[in-house]
Every structure is written in C-alpha cells, then in structure tokens.
Design a protein around this ligand. Structure first.
Ligand code: MG
Length: 140
C-alpha cells in the first residue's frame, strides 16, 4: 500500500529528469482539459453509483491537483504542503461552530455565518492585493 509521501515522490519523479515526456511537458494551462474531464468522470461515477470507479476517478482528480502543485513548486510559487495548509486553515476558519465556540440555532444561521466569513475573506484578500500593489508602486 503506497503512502501519501510516496505518491508525492512518484509525481516528482514523473516530472523529473528521467521522468515521463508527457508529464514533463504539461503546464497549468495544458492540464485544464484534463481537470475538466476528470471532474466529469467523478460526476459520472457518482451518478452510476459505481463506488469502485468513484475511488479511481477521485484519484485522477487528486493527480491533477498534485501535478499543478508540482509545477508550481518547480516554478517556486507554492507546494502541495501550501495547498493542504491553505485548505485546512480555510476549513477551520469557516467552521467556528466546530473548531471555535460559536453556536448556531439553525441551518439558516449556519449558512448566513458561512457567507459572512466568505465575504470577510474576500475583503481581506482585496486589502492584501491593494497593499501589495501599493508596495510595488512604492518600490518603483
Ligand atoms: Mg479518470
């Protein structure tokens, strides 16, 4: 049984010096159609209630994520650890009723709070982008 760290090594090897020509040639852009196809295959497996195929197709989607992360790592942009950490942080932040001390009386309240948190995230990202642009302009 392979482990997650071994899977990361396999992906790295595929894009490495002695790797696979197809994998090595891929870019974020060239993989767009693969990602769409693999997502559609997950949907088909769910609709057919084919659990064995669903397991395989979810892996194919994960491969797409891993390939994008490997390409980004080679470009010095981010790593799979960053993808995992960003998602974990987001899940914790968006579920204060699970990981914090907030309590909701209804699903409606839960949904309202979720939207508030997403709005705050968008504003924080927008402010960060403005700060980055200002810092870039200041350096010119
Ligand atoms: Mg597939």
């Amino acid at each position: 049984m392979y482990t997650y760290p071994q899977l990361l090594e396999i992906i790295k090897e595929l894009r490495g010096e002695h790797g696979c020509p197809w994998d090595k040639a891929q870019t974020h852009e060239s993989l767009i159609s693969c990602l769409r196809d693999e997502c559609e295959e997950v949907v088909e497996a769910i609709e057919k209630k084919d659990e064995e195929n669903l397991c395989e197709e979810l892996g194919d989607v994960l491969l797409q994520v891993l390939l994008h992360a490997q390409i980004a790592k080679e470009e010095g942009l981010f790593t799979m650890e960053d993808v995992v950490n960003t998602l974990a942080e987001k899940m914790v932040r968006r579920h204060p009723h699970v990981f914090g001390d907030e309590e909701y009386g209804s699903l409606e309240q839960n949904k309202k709070r979720w939207e508030e948190i997403k709005k705050a995230e968008r504003e924080a990202k927008s402010n960060k982008n403005r700060t980055n642009i200002r810092n870039t302009l200041d350096k010119q």
